[in-house]
Design a protein around this ligand. Structure first.
Ligand code: ASP
Length: 331
């Protein structure tokens, strides 16, 4: 009898912990891939940890003051797009003929409003153009030249020369186009803001050696990016063709919404069940309306990080990771 009551108290305390909602949450990724040895290369790993930390801090500064999800997602992705470490904006991977064609999308879970651009060549921050498509057109996606011209007409930052996105590293790949590359570093951000709304955003240069004109999962709403307040906000990274076929982001959100699966279980079932490291190498980040998060990957690693604030607490919890383990930066 005594053990029954102890058990009851323990499970009630446990239930309370599980039910405790988070005031706001931000989860970021900087791409999934093989990343062999990256964790052991202390200098390089430190650069990634620092960049992930900075991205979380940028999002925190906005969300802690009551800023809305899209504001935080765009600021974080703008930061990644300017950072040559990642496969988005400057530092993006290139097509088979050495050009840069960028994809991005953003979606809000409160009204399912979404915007995306695909195959753009002259927009400094594709995520800003995706947001402009969402807020300033009746459409969801603009592609290629039309999207580039749209961004220019809306006064967004554009570049004259497509090689603006090249870095010494990407120039080396262009020379080695016939060889395999390990470049991975799509970026993504999902947020639960203080208003209780979910937002997801993703930005990428796509897959190395892609055929020109190829569009990946990132800008396709439901494949690489999705947000629904009743389900979850999702941003994917990995072999995009599989993420499109399995409609991964919508698949996850719908499992949460319709099947009431816990977000982590649902995400694991997709990443390690429907997909695997051969067919669907990669991972995702996701957050639901209670602030529960998932960030599984079936690849060797995934640059990722999370930050959240519990209701009633004054401090935030923050952690970043590359390989299997997470490094807690703040608790
Ligand atoms: N998912 C991206 C694409 O297929 C690439 C990546 O995340 O590495 O375009």
């Amino acid at each position: 009898m005594k053990s029954f009551f102890i058990g009851l108290i323990v499970s009630l305390v446990g239930m309370q912990l599980v039910a405790q909602e988070r005031e706001y949450v931000i989860v970021v990724h900087g791409g999934a891939g093989a990343m062999a040895g990256l964790e052991n290369d202390q200098e390089k790993a430190a650069q990634y940890y620092a960049a992930l930390d900075s991205a979380l801090t940028i999002g925190d500064a906005i969300l802690s003051k009551g800023g809305e999800g899209p504001q935080a997602v765009m600021a974080v992705i703008n930061y990644f797009e300017s950072n040559p470490l990642f496969n988005a904006g400057v530092g993006a991977t290139c097509t088979i003929d050495g050009t840069f064609e960028l994809d991005a999308a953003i979606m809000e879970g409160k009204d399912l409003s979404a915007g995306a651009v695909a195959g753009v060549k002259f927009i400094k921050h594709p995520i800003d153009a995706a947001y402009a498509v969402k807020t300033q057109t009746e459409h969801v996606m603009l592609a290629g030249e039309g999207a580039d011209l749209f961004a220019k007409a809306k006064g967004l930052d554009t570049v004259e020369d497509n090689q603006y996105f090249a870095t010494p590293k990407t120039m080396k790949w262009v020379e080695q186009l016939k060889k395999e590359s390990k470049k991975n570093g799509t970026v993504g951000c999902v947020v639960l803001d203080k208003q209780g709304n979910l937002t997801a955003g993703t930005s990428t240069g796509g897959r190395f050696k892609k055929q020109w004109g190829r569009v990946g999962d990132a800008p396709i709403i439901g494949a690489g990016t999705y947000a629904d307040n009743e389900g979850c906000a999702v941003s994917c990274t990995g072999h995009g063709e599989y993420y499109i076929r399995h409609v991964v982001a919508y698949n996850l959100s719908t499992r949460v919404k319709m099947l009431h699966q816990p977000i982590e279980k649902a995400a694991d079932e997709i990443i390690f069940g429907e997909l695997n490291s051969e067919a669907g190498n990669g991972g995702l980040i996701a957050v639901d309306k209670k602030g529960n998060i998932a960030m599984p990957f079936n690849s060797g690693g995934m640059h990722r990080g999370y930050l959240y604030k519990e209701k009633g607490k004054s401090t935030v919890t923050k952690a970043v990771g590359i390989g299997k383990t997470m490094k807690v930066l703040q608790k």
